[in-house]
Design a binder for this molecule. Sequence first.
Ligand code: PLP
Length: 379
Amino acid sequence: MIAYDIPFNRAYTTGNEVTYIQQAMQQGHISGDGPFTRRCQAQLEQITTAHRALLTTSCTHALEMAALLLEIKPGDEVIVPSFTFVSTVNAFALRGAQPVFIDIRPDTLNLDENLLAEKITPRTRAIVVVHYAGVGCEMDAIGQIASRHDLPIVEDNAHGLFGLYKGRPLGSFGALATQSFHETKNISCGEGGALLINHPALVERAEIIREKGTDRSRFFRGQVDKYTWTDIGSSYVLSDLLAAFLWAQLEARQEIQRRRQRIWETYDRELSGWASRAGVQRPTIPSHCTQPYHIYYLLMPSLEARQRLIEHLKSRRILSVFHYLPLHLSRMGKRFGGQPGDAPVTEDISDRLLRLPLYAGLQPEEQQRVLEAITAFTP
Ligand SMILES: Cc1ncc(COP(=O)(O)O)c(C=O)c1O
C-alpha cells in the first residue's frame, strides 16, 4: 500500500464535533430524532427550501425511501443516468423496476434533457436526475417534460448541497430529493444522508417508512397514544450522535465552503494554460448554475493519458481518482439489457475523467505540489 502525502480526500473536522457529541450524551438522547436531528433538519429545510427534511442513515437509504414512497413496482420503468453511483439505480431495482439508462451532456456531465422525451413509455414511473459535481441539471426543460407526462422527478443531490439552478436551490425541484453526508461530501458525519420532501402529501408516509413502518413519529408528537405497524418500512433513522457531528459541520458551512471555493478556483485558474496547451478540458459551469465546489475534475484527451497522469501523480505520492463506470455496462446493467454504444458520451467521459484532491483541509503548499506535478505532465 502506498502512503500518499496528499490523499484524494481527508475528513475535515471543525473542532466542535466532539463537544456536540458529548452534549448529545449528556442530554441522554442518542437514538434518532433528538435535538440535534431537529436542528439539522431545520437547517437543511432553510438551505434547500425543501418542504420537509428527514435525516437518514445514508443517501442510498434516502433513495430507497423515495422508491418506496413512489410505490415503484416490478415492471415499472425508471429513467436514470448511466453516469452515476450505483445507489441511484439500485434503490429502484430493489423494488423490481427496470432502469432505462439515459446518456449525459458532454459539457456538464448531467442527464441530457434532449434525450429524455424519447425514453418515456407508458410504463415510465419516475425520472431520476443527478446533479453531477453539484452543477444543476437543466431543470426547466426536464420539469416541462416531466409535467407533460405527469411524472415525478427524484433529484439525487448527493453532490449538490448549496448548489443553485437559476437561483433556486438544488433539492427543491423534485417531488423528492436526497442528500449524502458520507465522508467524501462537503458536509459530512461519516455516513449519513437526508430525504427532502417537496410534495407535502408524501411527508406522513415518509415518516412511517423511515420508522420501520410504524407511526412512531406521530406518537412522539402526541398525536396518537400508542404506535403501531401501519405500512411497510425499515430503519432509516440517523442516530443523534451522528446528527451532533453533522450539526458541527452545518454550523461551519460558510467556512467549509469558503475553503473549498478557494481550492477549486485555484485549480481552475492555475491549470487553464496547461489544459488548453495539453488538450485537457476543465469543468463547465453554466452561468445560470451556482456550484458547491464539490469536485474538481479534468477530462483528459484519452484513457491512456488519464492512466498515465494517475501514475505520474502517484509517483509523487498524490492520489487522484477516476469516477463512475457506465452502469449500463456493469454486470447488473447488462442484465437489464445495457449494451456498448447505448450511452456513448458516458462511455467516453468515464474513461477520461480524473478527480483531483479537494477537501477543506488541503493546505496551499499541498495544492501547489499537485499543481506543479500536473503542469510538469505532457499528455
Ligand atoms: C450521485 C450519488 N448518489 C448516491 C450516493 C450514495 O451516497 P451514500 O454513501 O450517502 O449512500 C453517492 C455516493 O457518493 C453518489 O455519488
